[in-house]
Write a protein that binds this ligand. Structure first.
Ligand code: GLY
Length: 390
């Protein structure tokens, strides 16, 4: 008999609404429970067609990328079967969906469908799709409920949890958005079985990040069986995903709007964002975060915060799963300039999350430029950048 999904509570403190992240296999049957009870028209409302549009029938818009057309349609059909008035809304794949034009298209569909405040959006896909779906939910009628159904490991352990929603503009990524937590998150690990291997490994970077900033058992599990960790069929997949989500859930429950603690989730991300921009977003996010964490470890070590063993452990665990450790040395001046305008910097003061020790994240503000350059030299020392190949 199946034990049912793991349920991870999020929010409910500091004025945030509580919700659950469900982790398990073949979970789509749990979706109605997260959406709320389907209300088929009662005999009275069914007779009164004039009132039908405002009857208890719950509308659900299933937003999905083109690449997941059959999954989106299957979810829509299943919800319709359960009595919801369900529509599927197809979006462009990946980051192409995170535009004002696509959001406007969704608003138009919702308007034509008569979507009300009590109706629900379901975002099915990777992080870009769940970011867009959450943004549409945040903005339609000033906020409707939404459910995230992340289908990539990166979206499960990071993007879909925590309520950051948004779109990109010509000037940069995620510059327009809102904090709008979902009403539930459904992580069906069966979705990972068809994920390309490189995307799966890229997602491990965020899992390893959770290990370094908060839960070292994650690192122990990966080090004990790195090959197993590289595949959704590995023995610890559910535990790795669960532990990473618990780290994120704990942080965002205390600090939804990134006014303090949430900043620790940016471990490795300041350099990573600069590398991604420098590579015109052709690198996978996890590959850039991997290099960024090696840099943050060196920065911690050189700032006299982090012990050698923990700093070195970054390289061994990231390399063990095939994540990149190096980037082009000649790009340092460009990366430094980009980091200075990163939206997480304060004025032009650089801020980095570093470790005071394993699972002891802290902020390092305005580090000595010579220490920064020396830390980067360690990242560049390893040779050619290989993240593009991941
Ligand atoms: N991805 C970092 C955060 O959600 O805060």
């Amino acid at each position: 008999m199946s034990a049912g999904p793991i349920r991870i509570p999020v929010g409910g403190t500091a004025g945030t609404s509580p919700y659950e992240v469900l982790v398990g296999r073949q979970l789509l049957g749990e979706l109605p429970g997260l959406i709320g009870r389907a209300a088929r028209p009662s005999p009275t409302t069914a007779l009164n067609r004039g009132a039908a549009r405002h009857s208890g029938v719950q509308r659900v818009a299933v937003l999905h990328p083109e690449a997941l057309a059959s999954t989106g349609e299957a979810i829509r059909a299943d919800l319709a079967e359960q009595g919801y008035e369900a529509i599927a809304v197809q979006l462009p794949n990946a980051e192409e969906a995170k535009t004002a034009e696509v959001a406007a298209y969704c608003w138009s569909v919702l308007g034509q469908t008569g979507f009300t405040r009590t109706d629900v959006i379901v975002g099915v896909g990777g992080g870009a799709t769940t970011d867009l779906a959450g943004f549409v939910a945040a903005t339609w009628l000033r906020g409707v409920r939404w459910i995230a159904v992340p289908t990539t490991i990166l979206a499960m352990v990071d993007a879909a949890v925590g309520g950051k929603t948004g779109i990109n503009t010509a000037e940069g990524k995620n510059l327009v958005g809102a904090f709008h937590p979902p009403a539930g998150v459904l992580c069906d690990l069966a979705c990972l079985d068809s994920l390309p291997a490189h995307d799966y490994v890229s997602g491990l970077a965020e899992i390893i990040k959770a290990g370094f900033i908060s839960d070292p058992v994650i690192l122990d599990l990966i080090e004990a069986d790195p090959q197993g960790a590289c595949t959704p069929a590995g023995p610890h997949t559910a535990e790795l995903v669960e532990r990473s989500i618990r780290v994120k859930a704990e942080v965002v429950s205390q600090d939804l709007k990134e006014s303090g603690l949430r900043e620790i989730l940016n471990y490795g991300h300041t350099l990573a964002h600069a590398i991604e921009k420098n590579e015109r977003y052709t690198w996978r996010h996890g590959a850039a975060v991997s290099v960024g964490m090696v840099f943050a470890a060196e920065l911690g070590r050189m700032a006299g915060r982090l012990d050698d063993a923990t700093a070195d452990r970054h390289r061994t665990v990231l390399a063990a799963v095939g994540l990149p450790l190096t980037y082009r040395g000649d790009q340092w001046p460009r990366l430094l300039e980009t980091m200075k305008v990163d939206k997480k910097s304060r004025g032009d003061r650089l801020r980095f999350i570093v470790l005071d020790g394993l699972a002891k994240p802290t902020v390092l503000e305005s580090p000595d430029p010579a220490v920064l350059a020396a830390a980067y030299a360690e990242v560049a020392a390893g040779g050619e950048a290989n993240g593009g190949a991941l």
